[in-house]
Design a protein around this ligand. Structure first.
Ligand code: FAD
Ligand code: NAI
Length: 461
């Protein structure tokens, strides 16, 4: 026995590193095992951060190209893809080394290697045996694949390859009209690609509020993204000039081939627990491979799981909150995550953000509700900024007025949604938000006006 820890965490992504840091703060002896050279997991290395870096640069480019003239600004703006990629890498490096710093500061031992569970108190890391009182599995997720579409990360790419293409594809075909397809589709469209999204369902962004889905589709079409809805890809083959993508109607029949230079596969992600030793240790998973948990406890006492490898939205902030809660529970404290208040944001332009129940979910559950809506065209700051696309929608209980859901499509929606998250966490009514003074002129006033509209007393023009 070389070491005995209070917790060994397997995986150094948002679930794992937040769990490790919190455990260190609580005085536990903790190690975090990660196979990658750098900490931060999918999110920092090949997910949230590099995608947002490219989204930001390309949104600035498009703003300069399309909006500057209308604001009386002159000058031409172009781009250098190599430098743009280098800037993205620099951001990633800064943040991954920041986690290393936080590990040192909070006395977390960082072990590089592949962790395998031997039993509830033993982890093997590349042949080295480590003993521990608790194991936290935070091994995350990997891209879901499609038969007949073999990812090579150069011409047929997952999000990882799409974040580091060396040249702008003439034609980019995106399989899946979900979050990755729309975000990375936006990046390459802004840089000049002709983007076609093939989506199995008859709508994009499944799970979002219907009104938001429809408005988003209209806006993306206006941005010249092509959509092939209710259609599936059956295979991709090499053609003379590039790739031939075979598709057919989701219901079967109606075949259609589409030419592409690069194909991006983004039809969802699946839990990553390969070679982790789950079966031998007796850790139960569901049919799709997600680890079954009850308050982060797996079926084996002493083994816990958080983040993408367990149930719930595959989001960094959900993984983070679970990691912290698990560390607190292991330390004998009250760890908790409110699953009714986990926001989801799509970082396109405009941004799309949502928290709580959609209108469709409330109808299905038979919950009586009132709705308030406010368009950004009527918000003075949005008009001054030339960012008038979209609206704020608030859903509140018909009798108690408690806010049950918030849905925003518009500039800075990802930041605006936080106000509704706080309101919902405190179980505020729509009137509470409506009567809270908001600075003028800000786009946050659109949230207040939507709350006022729940009672029908919206005031702005
Ligand atoms: P991960 O971040 O996947 O980390 C798991 C880590 O465990 C990995 O580093 C892996 O190498 C390591 N590991 C696995 N098995 C072992 C083992 N046996 N031994 C040692 N190490 C192991 N979410 C958001 O909230 N906002 C966003 O903007 C966003 N953008 C995204 C963009 C893209 C392109 C992608 C792909 C994802 C995005 N996500 C976003 C999702 C987000 O990245 C994940 O929800 C989040 O990273 C999950 O955290 P995690 O800790 O559960 O797993
Ligand atoms: P997704 O679940 O968001 O979207 C997948 C889409 O593909 C769905 O619309 C689905 O109907 C469609 N689809 C499935 N099979 C198909 C097929 N055979 N043919 C055509 N369409 C098909 O998954 P995505 O975009 O891959 O993202 C994976 C995860 O990463 C998501 O769970 C998301 O939460 C997370 N993520 C989060 C981001 C954010 O928070 N901004 C950004 C990027 C990823």
């Amino acid at each position: 026995m070389s070491d005995t820890y209070d917790i060994i965490i397997i995986g150094g992504g948002p679930g794992g590193y937040n769990c490790a840091i919190r455990a260190g703060q609580l005085g536990l002896k903790v190690a975090c095992v990660e196979t990658r050279k750098t900490l931060g997991g999918t999110c920092l290395n090949v997910g949230c951060i590099p995608s947002k870096a490219l989204l930001h640069s390309t949104e600035m480019l498009e703003t300069a190209q399309q909006d500057f003239e209308g604001m009386g600004l002159t000058g031409e703006v172009g781009f250098d893809l190599k430098k743009m990629m280098a800037a993205k890498e620099k951001t990633v490096e800064g943040l991954t080394s920041g986690i290393e710093y936080l590990f040192n500061k909070n006395k977390v031992e960082h072990i590089t290697g592949f962790g395998k569970i031997v039993d509830a108190t033993t982890v093997d890391v590349d042949g080295k045996t480590l003993k521990t009182k608790n194991i936290v599995i935070a091994t995350g997720s990997e891209v879901a694949t499609l038969p007949g579409v073999d990812i090579n990360e150069t011409t047929i790419v997952s999000s990882t390859g799409a974040l580091e293409l060396s040249k702008v594809p003439g034609k980019l075909l995106v399989i899946g009209g979900g979050v990755i397809g729309l975000e990375l589709g936006s990046v390459w469209r802004r840089l000049g690609s002709e983007v076609t999204v093939v989506e199995y369902l008859d709508h994009i962004m499944p799970g979002m509020d219907n009104e938001v889905q429809k408005q988003a589709l209209r806006i993306f079409k206006k941005q010249k993204v092509k959509f092939e809805l209710s259609r599936k890809v059956t295979g991709v083959t090499k053609s003379k000039g590039g790739l031939k993508v075979a598709t057919e109607a989701s219901a079967g029949g109606k075949p259609k081939d589409i030419d592409a230079d690069v194909v991006l596969v983004c039809i969802g992600r699946r839990p990553f627990t390969n070679n982790l030793g789950l079966d031998a240790a007796g850790v139960k998973t569901d049919k799709r491979g997600f680890i079954e948990t009850d308050h982060y406890k797996t079926s084996v006492p002493g083994i816990w799981a958080v983040g993408d490898c367990t149930h719930g939205p595959m989001l960094a902030h959900k993984a983070e909150d679970e990691g912290v809660a698990a560390a607190e529970l292991i330390a004998g404290k009250a760890g908790h995550v409110n699953y009714d208040v986990i926001p989801g944001v799509v970082y396109t332009a405009p941004e799309i953000a949502s928290v709580g129940k959609t209108e469709e979910e409330l109808k299905e559950a038979g919950i009586p509700y009132k709705k308030g809506k406010f368009p950004f065209t009527a918000n003075s700051r949005a008009r001054a900024n030339h960012q008038t696309d979209g609206f704020v929608k608030i859903l509140a209980h018909a009798e108690t007025d408690e806010i049950l859901g918030g849905h925003i499509i518009g500039a800075n929606a990802g930041d605006l949604i936080a106000e509704l998250c706080v309101a919902m966490e405190f179980r505020a009514s729509s009137e509470d938000v409506a009567r809270t003074c908001h600075a003028h002129p800000t786009i946050t006033e659109a949230v207040r006006q939507a709350a006022m509209d729940v009672e029908g007393w919206t005031m702005q023009m």
